[in-house]
Write a new protein. Structure first.
Length: 262
């Protein structure tokens, strides 16, 4: 009986291994964005200030007054979470550049001071047990001037995993192995949905945090389906914009008098 159990367990492990996703991110597949285009217009290169230091990332406009990015861009970094001084500071100031190509060419920019639960929102414990599904945050913009200049935003609705079947997943963001302000993009069909996250072979490095993960819907409109978080064992991953994530963003927006569902 003992050997039968061992054989059965070996069989199960073999099945899991066969079904495992193979990810081999390749930096050569990325393409640099050299001119203003959609959805680059809806994507922002971010310079964030916390304490005396600057950090860099990416984000996406999802409403005339709302942009979304990774939770750890606005909260605190996990490796300093035991230091109370840093724990509560997070990002206090941010410079946003939409439609960025290089340091001298971008569609529009703005600089904001941020305050938790006023114009920045993120989930607590976003890094606990590698919970990618918690690693997202939003910034409430003071008005719709950015939106008027970029003339649109990513479609933002909840996504069911089966709705992504056959789609090509894209990333647009500012990778840290390239010059500041540069934006790069890539597409892949090698992805999977794991719990409330997306796993893919898109090549990402520091500064891709918060990069929009998007598809084109049936009307060829760029639709946000994820927000890049970080690398995993072999793949890279983002939160999935599922019903729970969507509901949380809607609730945050309501606190600022914005009805995201209109």
């Amino acid at each position: 009986m003992k050997y039968k159990v061992l054989i059965f367990l070996s069989f199960i492990l073999l099945l899991l291994d066969v079904k495992a996703q193979n990810c081999y991110p390749d930096s050569s597949k990325r393409v640099r964005i050299m001119d203003n285009n959609i959805p680059n217009e809806y994507t922002c290169y971010m310079e964030m200030t916390r304490g005396w230091h600057k950090y860099y990332g990416s984000g996406a406009l999802i409403h005339p007054r709302v942009m979304i990015t990774a939770g750890h861009n606005l909260a605190y970094f996990p490796f300093v979470k035991r230091i109370p001084f840093f724990l509560f500071r997070g990002t206090r100031k941010v410079d946003l550049y939409f439609g960025s190509i290089d340091s001298g060419h971008y569609t529009t920019s703005t600089s904001l001071k941020l305050k938790k639960c006023k114009n920045k929102f993120f989930k607590r414990g976003y890094w606990i047990n590698s919970k990618i599904n918690r690693d997202f945050s939003i910034i409430i913009l003071p008005d719709s001037s950015i939106y008027k200049k970029v003339r649109g935003h990513y479609k933002f609705v909840s996504v069911k995993p089966d709705e992504l079947q056959g789609s090509e997943l894209h990333i647009t963001g500012s990778p840290g192995d390239q010059d500041l302000f540069e934006m790069w993009t890539e597409g892949t069909k090698n992805f999977s949905v794991v719990d409330a996250s997306l796993h893919y072979d898109l090549y990402t490095v520091v500064r891709n945090s918060g990069s929009p993960i998007w598809i084109k819907d049936n009307n060829n409109v760029p639709q946000l389906v994820g927000v890049h978080s970080r690398g995993l064992d072999h793949c890279n991953g983002s939160v999935l914009i599922n019903a729970e994530t969507y509901k949380q963003v809607v609730e945050w927006c309501k606190k600022s008098g914005i009805n995201l569902e209109k």
